[in-house]
Structure formats: structure tokens, C-alpha cells
Ligand binder design. Structure first.
Ligand code: SAH
Ligand code: SF4
Length: 388
């Protein structure tokens, strides 16, 4: 089986293989399927990236594997810890590009915010990742490598024990990039997250956030239904066409119908709508009432996100009063609403504060005339929703 997207040089990267792919690869080597399972567990449950450490493999196999394959995670560049327990890692994904991964501990769960692309091509007007432009899709190895790193970094016990101690209990695909624009690699990485021989997370604990790439949301329903978050941000097409330009291609009626259909297969029977609060743009009483009408008939929860500023952006964050007024209207209509809290702001790990590195191939940073020629800009990686 060809596994080019997770290859390093000529050798396939085992870190980015699903268990069926690894089994097929081992079959090519004339090795039994249970050998593939052993290696898969060593990599994902014991955090091992060195064949020599796989002590229950035959010596001959331990010698053969490095000649035909690698286990290569993105390199760790920096690590920071906040006094509130939030942790942040900057990972090197080559050619000047870096991605940041954030771990947000809460009393009942530990959430890891994972990136899917270097930059994003969709160009939402309020989003600094969009304004950074796009470089490339992350490989499956680079996506799952974020979880692999986080587990390794967090638990010496985890790294030393093949049994493992799962500290990351939830994944949100809410970092840099549009996950449904990197469908194959993201779904393969989610397969590994869900696999009992790897991280064994339930579908309910893996959430994919999308701005609404409708055809791929339809495919996701069949391929790998996980919990769903949708970046709504507007209560009508005219406004959403401006804020989330992909709406021009897949307008609200189409998106909402697809969400309804997706929920038939989803592990949670509701969608979480994300709604960034932009002062004087989408936060009026009228918008709130229009929104209530728009989503009637859809099982949903709302996560209101106070907008995080970035240089030269043409927006301001809604006032606390406006956010609470908006929240109250939604709640009075019977909707469940949370307002996202800031975490890890002392290490610049809060929403909109993260500084990844994007070498922009679209040259959008210049097109947007953001007043800076720097390729390195602040990117938002979102954290879990919390009720105020
Ligand atoms: N591309 C996906 C997932 C990544 S963005 C998506 O759009 O859903 C994760 C969330 O952060 C999205 O809801 C996005 O709209 C929001 N976001 C982007 N920039 C932001 C900013 N500056 N302040 C607050 N939220 C922002
Ligand atoms: Fe891309 Fe999501 Fe940002 Fe839009 S909000 S530009 S889809 S990362």
C-alpha cells in the first residue's frame, strides 16, 4: 500500500499510519498483522519513536524496521506553562513553518486544541489565521503528532508505561486551518485518535470545527462522524457572505440542512454553533432574534466567543453588556449558551494570542496590506467553551 503523504524522504512515517494502513505495510514486509498492532501500540500508547525500545519485537524485526520506515513527529521548538495550568507547545513542521498546540486542563477534562493546516485559505475577515494566508495541509503524522507530543510532554508515567495514562481526554480540531479542507489527512488522524490500540478516545470527545465546507461535511457523516462545531458568526446570508466568505459558495440554507442530516449519524445529538462577538457588526438585539429564528428546528448549543483582536483588523470586541444581552435573548428562547473564557493569557495561549509561523504562499499578508511584511503573525487557537 502506498503511504506517500506520511512519508519522510523515501521511507514511510509510521506515526501517520492508521492501523489498517500499518497492517498492510507489515504485510508487504511479510510480517503478521499482530506485529503491526504491537508497533502501533508502542508508538501511540507508549510514546516510543525508537524501534530499539520495542522490546517485545523479534530482534530481526527491530533491525529491519529502521531500514524501511521512520517514526517521526514534528520537532518541539518551545514549551510554555501558564499559572492556570494551560500548556503550549510550538512544533516545527519544516521550511520555516511552525504550529502551536494548546492543552487546557479543567476539573473534569483535559482538552487539546489541534491544528489541521499551516494557515488557512478561507480568509474569514475577523480571523488572523485567515489573514496569514495559506502554506499547506498538515500530514496525518503532523496532526496526530500534536497529540503524541502532548501526551509525551505531560506524563513521565505515560511515556514509560505501555499501558499509558490518558491525560488528554478531549480533542478539539479548532487550531489553525479548516479541517474539512484537509479531509483525508484529518480523518485518518481522527481514526488514530479513536482507535483502541492508540488513544481510544470516544467520538463524543473529538470535536471537529468547520466554517461550513458542505460537501466534505456530507462525506464526514459517512467517513468518520465525530462531535460537530460550526462557525456560524452571522444570522443571515448577507452578513455571513462578508464574515465567512465560503458562505457565498455554500449559503446558510444548504449548510443548515447538511448539519441536520449530519446529526443523524453524530455521536452527540446537537451541533455547537460558534459565534464570534464583533462590536456593531453581528451583536445587536435584532441579530440575536434573527439567529433564534434561523436555528429553530436544529438541536444546538451556542458558544459565544468574545473576539480577540490582532494587528490592523477592522473590528472591535463586543462590550460585555452586548455579549450578555445577546446571550440572554438566546437563553430566553430556550437555547443553551456558553461564553468562552480566556485561559493561558499569561503565556499568550488564549484565543487569538498564539504565534505560530506561516510562510504565506498566497502572499495574502501583502494583499491585505496589513501594514507588516512579516510572515510570522499571531494565530488564534481556540479553547474549550466554559459557562460564565
Ligand atoms: N477553521 C475552523 C476551525 C479553526 S478556527 C473554523 O473556522 O471553524 C476556530 C474558531 O475560532 C472558529 O470558530 C473561528 O471562527 C474562531 N476565531 C477565529 N479568529 C478569531 C478571533 N480573532 N477571535 C475569536 N475567535 C476567532
Ligand atoms: Fe480558516 Fe476557520 Fe479562520 Fe475562517 S475562521 S479563516 S475557516 S481558520
Amino acid at each position: 500500500m502506498a503511504v506517500p503523504q506520511s512519508a519522510v524522504g523515501d521511507k514511510p512515517n509510521l506515526l501517520g499510519m492508521t492501523l489498517p494502513e500499518m497492517t498492510a505495510f507489515f504485510a508487504q514486509l511479510e510480517e503478521k498483522p499482530f506485529r503491526a498492532k504491537q508497533v502501533f501500540r508502542w508508538i501511540h500508547q507508549a510514546g516510543v519513536d525508537n524501534f530499539d525500545a520495542m522490546t517485545d519485537l523479534a530482534k530481526s524485526l527491530r533491525e529491519k524496521l529502521p531500514q524501511v520506515a521512520v517514526i517521526q513527529a514534528p520537532k518541539l521548538m518551545t514549551e510554555q506553562a501558564s499559572k492556570d495550568g494551560t500548556r503550549k507547545w510550538l512544533l516545527d513542521v519544516g521550511t520555516g513553518n511552525g504550529i502551536e498546540v494548546v492543552f487546557i486542563p479543567e476539573s473534569d477534562r483535559g482538552t487539546l486544541c489541534v491544528s489541521s493546516q499551516v494557515g488557512c485559505a478561507l480568509d474569514c475577515t475577523f480571523c488572523s489565521t485567515g489573514k496569514q494566508g495559506f502554506n499547506r495541509n498538515l500530514t496525518t503524522a503532523e496532526i496526530i503528532g500534536q497529540l503524541w507530543w502532548a501526551n509525551k510532554a505531560m506524563g513521565p508515567g505515560w511515556a514509560n508505561s505501555p499501558k499509558g495514562e490518558r491525560i488528554v481526554s478531549n480533542i478539539v480540531m479548532m487550531g489553525m486551518g479548516e479541517p474539512l479542507a484537509n479531509f483525508d489527512n484529518v480523518t485518518s488522524a481522527m481514526d488514530i485518535m479513536l482507535d483502541d490500540h492508540a488513544y481510544g478516545l470516544s467520538r463524543r470527545r473529538v470535536t471537529l470545527s468547520t466554517s461550513g465546507v458542505v460537501p466534505n461535511l456530507q462525506r464526514l457523516k459517512e467517513r468518520c462522524p465525530v462531535a460537530l462545531a460550526v462557525s456560524l458568526h452571522a444570522s443571515n446570508d448577507a452578513l455571513r457572505d462578508v464574515l465567512v466568505p465560503i458562505n457565498q459558495k455554500y449559503p446558510l440554507a444548504e449548510l443548515l440542512a447538511t448539519i441536520k442530516d449530519y446529526l443523524q449519524a453524530a455521536p452527540r445529538d446537537f451541533v455547537t454553533f460558534e459565534y464570534v462577538m464583533l462590536d456593531g457588526v453581528n451583536d445587536s438585539v435584532q441579530h440575536a432574534h434573527e439567529l433564534v429564528k434561523l436555528v429553530s428546528g436544529i438541536e444546538c448549543k451556542f458558544n459565544l466567543i468574545p473576539w480577540n483582536p490582532f494587528p490592523d483588523a477592522p473590528y472591535a470586541r463586543s462590550s460585555n453588556n452586548a455579549i450578555h444581552r445577546f446571550c440572554d435573548i438566546l437563553r430566553q428562547a430556550g437555547l443553551i449558551v456558553t461564553v468562552r473564557k480566556t485561559r493561558g493569557d499569561d503565556i499568550d495561549a488564549a484565543c487569538g494570542q498564539l504565534a505560530g509561523q506561516v510562510v504565506d504562499k498566497t502572499q495574502r499578508t501583502q494583499q491585505n496590506k496589513l501594514g507588516s511584511s512579516k510572515a510570522i503573525r499571531t494565530i488564534p487557537i481556540m479553547n474549550a467553551g466554559l459557562t460564565v
